[in-house]
Write a protein that binds this ligand. Structure first.
Ligand SMILES: C[S@@+](CC[C@H](N)C(=O)[O-])C[C@H]1O[C@@H](n2cnc3c(N)ncnc32)[C@H](O)[C@@H]1O
Length: 298
């Protein structure tokens, strides 16, 4: 019967995008953003179940540390942009307490559904399907803080999103975000990651010529100026590392197969990736993450 089973249209969509990237189309702009959303639609809990579970240097954790850096106080009003399955959103609720309010917004309906499922109703999170570039329904100057965990890399239009974030924050309100920073690997990890990138180069070469291949904020001058032009203060930075202890091939596969890299690859690419990972374990991988913080002056 499997021969006649209908193919999930979300899988077809992802495969078409994958084919364009494999043919060398640069993974930038709309193609990169559409690919990220298509990958999220098929695996909306991937970030929380892989990176969200890793500990890091000095007791760092992806969500708790991000929200701690936001310095949230009871009763504050927070928006978690690109909330995914709600890992950072639920941390924000704990920080603002019962008199605060938290909106979790994601462009993917699948992510919002996963977040709703994982969030006890008594936490009172207002989950919405919204793009960061168009925060419709959120009034001007109505928020104290915006959090964004591993989202800015995926936005099609960062200047537009920065303008919207500025609009909805009150003067003095802040933005706190995390981004992966692939330029900061330790030398031992750069070799590990280089072997993975070689698989991507072979099977998904457009990924290396587009935006996805480089760290975006805060080094990229274009990205940095998006925040400056919107009116934000200077961006503060804090570098941390999440630590993935990859004892076995299965450990490494569990991390990479659900990452954007794994999603870029079709069956042959995935086979190659698995082989490359198998040859490199055991390995302790330090994943560089950069926390960013800025505020609307006032
Ligand atoms: C890497 S996941 C991170 C999810 C979550 N913040 C976490 O750290 O677990 C990126 C999320 O950003 C969302 N996203 C991508 N583009 C977006 C956009 N333009 N507006 C809002 N969310 C977006 C994706 O749907 C996905 O859920």
């Amino acid at each position: 019967m499997t021969g006649n089973a209908p193919i999930d249209p979300r899988i077809l969509h992802l495969e078409r995008l994958r084919a364009r990237i494999a043919a060398g189309e640069p993974m930038a702009g709309d193609l990169a953003a559409t690919f990220a959303l298509a990958a999220t639609a098929l695996d909306p809990t991937a970030t929380e179940e892989t990176l969200g579970r890793l500990g890091g240097n000095g007791g760092v954790e992806l969500y708790r540390s991000l929200v701690a850096w936001a310095g949230l106080a009871p009763r504050e009003r927070v928006l978690d942009i690109g909330c995914g399955s709600g890992g950072a959103t639920r941390e924000a609720v704990r920080a603002v307490g019962p008199d605060g309010s938290v909106i979790g917004a994601d462009a993917s309906s699948e992510a919002v559904a996963a977040a709703r499922e994982r969030t006890p109703p008594e936490l009172g999170v207002d989950y919405r399907i919204l793009r960061a570039e168009h925060l419709h329904g959120i009034p001007d100057r109505s928020l104290d803080c915006i959090t964004a965990s591993l989202v800015f890399e995926q936005l099609a239009d960062l200047p537009q999103a920065a303008g919207e974030m500025y609009r909805v924050l009150r003067p003095g309100g802040r933005v706190v975000a995390s981004v992966m920073d692939f330029d900061q690997f330790r030398p031992a990890d750069a070799a590990f990651f280089g072997a993975v990138v070689a698989v991507v180069a072979w099977h998904a070469r457009g990924a290396l010529s587009g935006r996805a291949s480089r760290a975006t904020l805060p080094r990229d001058p274009q990205d940095r100026s998006a925040f400056q032009h919107a009116g934000f203060a200077t961006i503060e930075e804090r570098d941390v590392q999440l630590i993935a202890v990859l004892e076995t091939e299965d450990d490494a596969w569990a991390l990479f197969s659900r990452s954007m890299i794994g999603q870029l690859l079709g069956p042959l690419g995935r086979l190659d990736l698995r082989g490359v990972l198998a040859a490199q374990v055991p390995h302790t991988l330090y994943l560089p993450v950069r926390f960013l913080r800025t505020r609307r002056p006032g």
